[in-house]
Design a protein around this ligand. Structure first.
Ligand SMILES: Cc1cc2nc3c(=O)[nH]c(=O)nc-3n(C[C@H](O)[C@H](O)[C@H](O)COP(=O)(O)OP(=O)(O)OC[C@H]3O[C@@H](n4cnc5c(N)ncnc54)[C@H](O)[C@@H]3O)c2cc1C
Length: 468
């Protein structure tokens, strides 16, 4: 039997695949899209959507515990019902997953196939017993949690970002290995649900790719909530312990072990490329397994593209979705959009959140540019004071010669939203004075951006409001 012929095959229903499949079908193509797990991929099932839903519950708990500070008396101490917290999360995830699945099933020209897809040749894919062929194949297989780097893990029970989604109780003492984006979001969330939490991080500081002042402020935010932070943890190893798990940290200071009842491993991600049969298609991967692509997301094999986390060019829902936009524009509209045209941006959804765009101050300095920096603590942002949420700061880095904004970090209440007014000016490649001279709404966090940009100073020199 010859393979079933399609115009295009999409592997994986992450954040690029479904939109691309529907767009291709809309242009008249016959499209197959294969999914081996849950439709919607990481973001929908065990990434962005469930975590932000759980974080919303944790934020309500936190506010309830602080009610007295705002002059609000509650009838008793707030209590977190984790079964209900989980049920709320499950309902939102399921609704989203079903939405994507019925969108795909209901789109004329799209066939959704369940099962593991594997290349048989550069033009042929096998999904279970089905053989399919197409002139265009788009890989959107995403990634999964790394666990292999932690010694002793096979011998102790542990959670990853996926398995922790099934938890419907408050672990008495959660140890989180990994002080980066995923680990920090779960760490603060579970602390607010009522767990004792210890974050263990190998680097000398949390979120080590950020500036020192950002890492220090995040640590301060965590420690104020009673989260223990162990950085500089060399030789992390897990074993069974008196309370459940024991993590050997071998830190320079403090006890060489952390005892907890439960363990979450959040030490990074790896691409789902090992079981795709890429060698049969001649598609190259780098030494970490990421598919090698050019600036337009083409692999070295004509007719095969890779989008989303599996290409190593981004690790976010918005980068994966932007990959879809680039590929769709280039394949269907004859454009030449490129990955290098986009500006790095992301958020860390702790509370208060960190919104980031472009370069860190350290990177901007290392680039050899002459830079100016504006920094303002959230204690000097009236809206933050009014809300009783004054932790963090805003920082913008500007090229002193071109006057373009090089990067920003808004660690503070609504920082994940405020960052976009900076990001859009960066895309416009406009001078920072565009924001400086704009009239913003009072009282908002964003209203301080013009003020901040009026107080730029060379790095190290204290601008008018840089001190807390
Ligand atoms: C805990 C956590 C929180 C996150 N929070 C955020 C956030 O707030 N904001 C943000 O922007 N990003 C966040 N991310 C990252 C985000 O989830 C991913 O970047 C995003 O899902 C993009 O993934 P993707 O499109 O590459 O594929 P994925 O979403 O990973 O989906 C890939 C799909 O391909 C399927 N698949 C794999 N191999 C095969 C195969 N051989 N055959 C068939 N199907 C296959 C998988 O089952 C999966 O469904 C978070 C990640 C985690 C882990």
């Amino acid at each position: 039997m010859p393979p079933d012929r399609y115009d295009a095959i999409v592997i994986g229903t992450g954040q690029a695949g479904p939109s691309l499949a529907v767009r291709l079908a809309g242009s008249g193509m016959r499209v197959a899209i294969a999914e081996r797990g849950s439709v919607g991929g990481t973001c929908v099932n065990n990434g962005c959507i469930p975590t932000k839903t759980l974080i919303a519950s944790a934020a309500v708990a936190h506010t309830a515990f602080r009610a007295g500070e705002y002059g609000v008396a509650l009838p008793g101490a707030p209590r977190v019902d984790m079964k209900k917290v989980k049920a709320r999360k499950d309902a939102i995830v399921e609704q989203t997953r079903e939405g994507v699945a019925s969108w795909l099933r209901g789109t004329p020209g799209v066939t959704l196939l369940e099962g593991q897809a594997r290349f048989e040749s550069p033009r042929e894919i096998r999904v279970g017993d089905a053989r399919l062929s197409a002139e265009r194949i788009f890989i959107n297989v995403g990634g999964r949690a790394v666990t292999s780097t932690i010694a002793g893990l096979p011998d102790v029970p542990y959670w990853t970002n996926s398995s922790i989604m099934g938890v419907d109780f408050v672990p008495p003492h959660l140890v989180v290995i990994g002080g980066s984006y995923v680990g920090l979001e779960f760490g603060q969330m579970y602390r607010r649900f009522g767990s004792q939490v210890t974050v263990v991080e190998m680097s000398p500081r949390l979120i080590a790719r950020e500036d020192q002042d950002v890492s220090a402020a995040v640590r301060d935010i965590f420690e104020r909530e009673g989260i223990a932070v162990r950085t500089g943890a060399k030789c992390i190893a897990a074993e069974k312990g008196p309370a459940g798990v024991r993590i050997r940290v071998d830190c320079e200071e403090g006890s060489p072990v952390v005892d907890g009842t439960h363990l979450l491993v959040a030490v990074g991600r790896q691409p789902n490329t090992g079981d795709l049969g890429l060698e049969k298609a001649g598609v190259a991967v780098d030494k970490r397994g990421y598919i090698v692509v050019d600036d337009e997301l083409k692999t070295g094999v004509p007719g095969i593209w890779a989008l989303g986390d599996c290409n190593g060019r981004g690790a976010f829902t918005h980068t994966s979705y932007n990959d879809y936009e680039i590929v769709a524009a280039n394949v269907l509209d004859g454009e030449h959009r490129r990955v290098s045209d986009r500006i790095e941006t992301y958020a860390l959804f702790i509370d208060p959140p960190l919104g980031r765009a472009g370069m860190t101050e350290e990177k901007a300095l290392a680039s050899g540019r002459k830079i100016l920096v504006g920094k303002r603590p959230m204690t000097k942002v009236k809206r933050a004071v009014e809300k009783g949420e004054t932790l963090g700061f805003m920082k913008v880095v500007v090229d002193a010669d071109s006057k373009e904004i090089l990067g920003a970090a808004i660690l503070g209440v609504t920082g994940d939203e405020v960052i976009h007014s900076i990001l859009d000016v960066m895309y416009a490649r406009a001078s920072y004075t565009l924001i400086q001279r704009a009239m913003h709404i009072h009282p908002t966090v964003s209203e301080l951006l013009p003020t901040l940009l009026g107080e730029l100073a060379p790095p190290g020199a204290k601008s008018v409001s840089a001190t807390a």
